[in-house]
Design a binder for this molecule. Structure first.
Ligand code: ATP
Ligand code: MG
Length: 145
C-alpha cells in the first residue's frame, strides 16, 4: 500500500475560486501536502496526462478543457492515500457522488468534476513524476523527500 497520490484541481473549480475550500477539505481529511503548484497545461501536456483515455469519445473535449486555464497540481501524503482520496473526492459523475465529497460539493458536471485523483499506486508515481521533480517534494520537517 502506497502513501502518496496526485491530485489536480481542475479548471472550472479554479475559475469558481474553490481552490481554498478544496485544499481545506483535503487537509481536514488528514492528507499532508508534499508539493503543490499552479500551472497551465499545454494541449500536448493534457493529451499526455490523459493518454489512457485517448480512444474515449470525450478525449478531445477533456484535453481542451484541461488546457483551457491553469490547474493546481499537488502530491498528497497519507497512509492508503490513493484509496482514501478516491473516497474523499467521490464518483466521477457528481450526480452519483456521495454527500460531503469534494465532487458533490464543487463539481459542475461529469467532465468539469473539480478534481483528479490517481487510480493506483503505480499511476500515482507516474503522475507525480509528470508534475514534480525531486527538488519540489518535502517531508514535514522541510527535508527533501
Ligand atoms: P480522474 O482520472 O480525473 O480522477 P476518474 O478517475 O473519476 O477521474 P476517469 O474515468 O479516469 O474518471 O475519467 C477521467 C476524466 O475524464 C474525468 O474525471 C472527467 O473529467 C472526464 N470524463 C470521464 N467520463 C466522461 C464523460 N462521459 N464525458 C465527459 N468527460 C468525462
Ligand atoms: Mg481516472
Amino acid at each position: 500500500m502506497g502513501n502518496i497520490t496526485l491530485t489536480m484541481i481542475k479548471p472550472t473549480a479554479i475559475k469558481k475560486n474553490y481552490a481554498g475550500n478544496i485544499i481545506e477539505k483535503i487537509t481536514d481529511a488528514g492528507f499532508r501536502i508534499q508539493a503543490i503548484k499552479m500551472m497551465r497545461l499545454s494541449k500536448a501536456e493534457a493529451e499526455k496526462f490523459y493518454e489512457v483515455h485517448k480512444e474515449r469519445p470525450f478525449y478531445g473535449e477533456l484535453t481542451d478543457f484541461m488546457s483551457s486555464v491553469p490547474i493546481i497540481a499537488a502530491v498528497l501524503e497519507k497512509k492508503n492515500a490513493v484509496e482514501d482520496y478516491r473516497k474523499l473526492i467521490g464518483a466521477t459523475n457528481p450526480e452519483n457522488a456521495e454527500e460531503g465529497t469534494i465532487r458533490k460539493l464543487y463539481a459542475t458536471n461529469i467532465q468539469e468534476n473539480a478534481v483528479h485523483g490517481s487510480d493506483s499506486d503505480e499511476n500515482a508515481e507516474i503522475e507525480v513524476s509528470f508534475f514534480f521533480s525531486k527538488k519540489e517534494r518535502f517531508n514535514a520537517d522541510g527535508s527533501l523527500i
